[in-house]
Write a protein that binds this ligand. Structure first.
Ligand code: IDP
Ligand code: MG
Length: 160
């Protein structure tokens, strides 16, 4: 009861983070997960997954009209991805900051894309752009029962 009340008061958000196929192939899964872990967010879902074309198209439906849409779908379905759900206060915007700009050449050093990638079409990681999309994408990529609610023993050390 109490954790739910605290969550409601602090507006805990959830975001969908995904290591894209290039990140998996390059052995960056642990590095990327650790950025979010070290920041202090809570992992509530995690799986290695080969994304079907239909799911990739649904996930990126807002970009359907873009000229790069077909290559984007090819890229995302080209190998396994690591799907994650992360929870925390302000996690959506904060994760976007940790990830950095879409074009890795414009992403600041210290961000995941700024440190680990060079091309927009190989930018190693996805993060939801709004709390609404966070919910939408987690529902899209995870089945019921794959999201685990738990209380971290570290809560009182991360938040006053
Ligand atoms: P985001 O991932 O930073 O939110 P979006 O604009 O939502 O960026 O684009 C989704 C993904 O589509 C990007 O992460 C990137 O992989 C791909 N993408 C975006 N723009 C281009 C482009 O101009 N060429 C190739 N791929 C692109
Ligand atoms: Mg986006």
């Amino acid at each position: 009861f109490l954790p739910h009340l605290v969550a409601a008061l602090e507006e805990v958000e959830e975001t969908y983070i995904m290591v894209k196929p290039d990140g998996v192939q390059r052995g960056l899964v642990g590095e990327i997960i650790s950025r979010f872990e070290k920041k202090g967010f809570k992992l509530t879902g995690l799986k290695l997954f080969k994304c079907p074309k239909e799911l990739a198209e649904e996930h990126y439906k807002d970009l359907k009209a873009k000229p790069f849409f077909p290559v984007l779908i090819e890229y995302i379905t080209s190998g396994p991805v690591v799907c994650m759900a992360w929870e925390g206060v302000g996690v959506v915007a904060s994760a976007r900051k940790l990830i950095g700009s879409t074009n890795p050449l414009q992403a600041e050093p210290g961000t995941i894309r700024g440190d680990l990638a060079v091309q927009t079409g190989r930018n190693v990681v996805h993060g939801s752009d709004s709390p609404e999309n966070g919910k939408r994408e987690i529902a899209l990529w995870f089945k019921e029962g794959e999201i685990v609610q738990w209380t971290s023993a570290l809560v009182s050390w991360l938040r006053e």
